[in-house]
Design a protein around this ligand. Structure first.
Ligand code: ZN
Length: 162
């Protein structure tokens, strides 16, 4: 019998607390080790869809390896999303080095992330694709906790920290 107050397995509309490790190309790319487990509202695409759909039914303490192909992760890189920026337009505080990530403001005033992928004599190439676009993501996750979402959290489609 499902107990609403003490849910035992991952289901739609539950707040899931989860440890994760993310491996990309066989190397550890990111994990919850330093920051602690992440918490999110299951079923509301707070996390990438390819991972979220594999979590249903997992009980507290359960671990699972999940492979997410780019289509269900960060998508394929868009070759059009690369821009040639004259060095003179690069903000001074940004180091001119391949691999540096920066944020720029677009015409609507939204912050967008970019990575310097090439440094030329008087220009840099900026790649606006997500750094994980085109990558197969290998997750190892462990469910640490489950609770019911508040009605406010359900309305908002995300969790509020307590
Ligand atoms: Zn909110």
């Amino acid at each position: 019998m499902a107990n609403k107050e003490n849910p035992s397995a991952v289901a739609e509309n539950l707040v899931v607390t989860m440890d994760y490790k993310l491996f990309v190309d066989g190397e550890l790319y990111d994990s919850s080790e330093e920051e602690g487990p992440i918490a999110f509202l299951q079923g509301h695409q707070n996390i990438i869809p390819g991972l979220e759909k594999e979590l249903y039914g997992l009980e507290i303490g359960a671990s699972k390896k999940v492979r997410v192909e780019p289509e269900n992760g960060y998508g394929q890189p868009d070759p059009e999303a690369i821009m040639n920026l004259p060095l003179s337009e690069l903000p001074e505080e940004i180091p001119v080095e391949v691999g540096v990530e920066l944020e720029l403001t677009d015409e609507e005033g939204e912050l967008i992330g970019a990575t310097i992928t090439e440094v030329g004599e008087d220009f840099v190439l900026l790649d606006f694709n997500h750094p994980l676009a085109g990558k197969t993501l290998d997750f190892e996750v462990t469910i640490r906790g489950l609770r019911s979402a508040s009605s406010e959290e359900m309305d908002h489609g995300h969790i509020h920290s307590h």
